[in-house]
Design a protein around this ligand. Structure first.
Ligand code: SF4
Ligand code: SF4
Length: 329
């Protein structure tokens, strides 16, 4: 029977994944728990918590592991994780994702930042910080991020057996065929070898990152009477950029004829059109670019542009904030 390296006061080792619906964190939790229970003789539970929309909204996936000869007696969310996994940096602006991390805990972040930059970005007090450019692996191996993160979790846990996880991936994804399984196993292996790591001293006297209470900006207590919509374009607070899988459309002004076809194809009306004058001096609505806040990276616009004024590019190669053309509503 495998032994847990550290346990909390209840006798468990706990992992919390902070992700966005559609990234596969729920399935990652299931495959990790299956690896531990079926192939390592541990006990384990896993479940996820997400909004009604599922895809595109923040999601938490929990894995709780215990000794094989003791039942798991707790069913609640993981509040004080030993390993905290952050699938997308955008989550920092939406939820207190680092809430409750244990003293000197392990954090894995999908990012091109250095560990020191990730520490500052997430305002982490210290701990074992790993960063991994998961999106690069996702693009190159044509997989979802979940098996990449499983490789990272397996490596940093120091007790989850890689072979047990390989077996769980093979079974979990087997219905999609051997090619998909092999691509995911390769992504899993790469993750174990491509992380950057740094340890930062944890401040004296701090037991954990304080647990943050999540409060909704608008709920049943403070929603306007009669369901009034106060702002036209009321999705102004929404940011769906976390739904992108490593690719963005890039607009090339010099080629654009302002025909508007991209806007009609875009499910999220991401393009910013303003009154202007075209090359022939004729007045009309001119395309000024993309508001990436609303762009989920489906690339429908790229496929419909008749003059190649939109191209499919790797998001990591661009500073999206700099090329974004924000809507003014
Ligand atoms: S479809 Fe292409 S040419 Fe037409 S407005 Fe969009 S980017 Fe410009
Ligand atoms: S990639 Fe999809 S969501 Fe983004 S601008 Fe193009 S059509 Fe719209």
């Amino acid at each position: 029977m495998s032994a847990l390296p550290i346990k909390n006061e209840n006798g468990y080792f706990e992992i919390r994944m902070e992700a966005i619906g559609g990234m596969g964190a729920n399935l990652a939790g299931k495959m990790l728990a299956e690896a531990a229970v079926i192939h390592m003789d541990l006990n384990g539970t896993t479940f996820s918590s997400y909004g009604s929309e599922k895809t595109g909204t923040p999601l938490k996936a929990f894995v709780r592991l215990g000794p094989g000869d003791e039942e798991i007696a707790i069913g609640g969310p993981v509040v004080n994780p030993h390993i905290l996994v952050i699938f997308h940096t955008i989550l920092r602006d939406i939820l207190p994702v680092t809430s409750g991390l244990i003293k000197d805990g392990i954090v894995i972040v999908n990012s091109t930042m250095t560990p020191a930059e990730a520490k500052e970005f997430f305002d982490l007090p210290g701990g074992h910080i790993y960063v991994l450019d998961c999106d690069k692996i996702v693009i190159e191996e044509k997989v979802k991020i979940n098996t990449v993160m499983m490789g990272a979790i397996t490596k940093v846990s120091n007790f989850i057996e890689p072979d047990a996880v390989r077996k769980a991936i093979t079974k979990g994804l087997g219905k999609f065929g051997d090619k998909i399984v092999q691509a995911n196993i390769k992504a899993f292996e790469r993750a174990m070898n491509e992380m950057q790591y740094e340890h930062f001293d944890w401040p004296e006297g701090m037991d954990e990152i304080p647990i943050a209470k999540v409060t909704q900006k608008i709920g049943y207590m403070n929603a306007p009477l009669g369901g009034a919509i106060l702002n036209p374009g009321n999705t102004i607070d929404r940011d769906v950029s976390g739904s992108r899988a490593g690719w963005i459309p890039v607009w090339h002004e010099d080629k654009c004829t302002h025909c508007g076809i991209c806007e009609t194809a875009c499910p999220d009306l991401c393009f910013t059109f303003e009154k202007g004058v075209d090359k022939n001096g004729k007045e009309g609505m001119m395309n000024r670019g993309i508001d990436y806040q609303y762009c989920k990276g489906c690339l429908k616009c790229v496929s419909v542009c008749p003059v190649d004024a939109l191209t499919k590019e790797k998001e990591a190669d661009f500073d999206v904030d700099k090329i974004r053309r924000a809507k003014t509503f």
